[in-house]
Ligand binder design. Sequence first.
Ligand code: SAM
Length: 243
Amino acid sequence: MEFREEAERATAAFGMPLAAPQAEQLAAYYELLTDWNRKMNLTAITEPREVAVKHVADSLSAFDAAIFTEGVRVIDVGTGAGFPGLVLKIYFPSMDLVLLDALQKRVKFLEAVVAALGLSGVSCLHGRAEETARQKKWRERFDLAIARAVARLDVLAEYTLPFVRVGGAALALKGARYAEEMAEAEQTAKILGGGKPTAKPIKLPGLDDGRAVVRIDKERPTPAAYPRKAGTPEKKPLGQPGK
Ligand code: SAM
């Protein structure tokens, strides 16, 4: 089956059916992804059905109509080839999106996709979360910071929460060990101005691997000392001081 049909089938089965223009944009995105992936490492998953479920439906699992409101400002931290940010943008065009990644060549790919699809309200940014979140232009400027497959939750909290305004939230798409990661991140979230992590369990069509979207609400401003310098959150996670 062609990718477009697989994407339509997977998103409908997931309860988030696509309108025709969205399916067309996703199909164009898939073409660029598989084409560029021959020259650079963008994704290990390329089969139409797998991309439809594990990239497209999984990215959409972060969507929640209560928080994705008109004009919502979202940053996708460590977006790689655009997951989950670009898929969410295609699904919900009225969001204002920043795609951030530390690898320049991935940012070039993202710029090519944004241009080819004619998307507006998307900025592709090259940089590390730890450095970008210290810049006034980006710090505490977003309603939502989202991330998938970038780091364990306690590290990810330090990458994402500094971008979020008080009253907003960080969302992390997580695999089977999410409960363990949530417990480990509780202290870190508190230090960074976040509340207690909560989870929305996710069941993707045809998969039963126990994933979840973990949410940390931003309750207080992040102290100026965070995020620490590039590499430190990963080497010395805040919740594990002995590490
Ligand atoms: N989010 C995408 C996905 O789910 O397919 C990409 C996941 S990939 C495994 C991790 C990405 O995070 C890479 O593209 C990497 O360059 C980026 N990354 C890792 N640490 C980062 C940091 N501190 N700041 C910005 N990007 C980072």
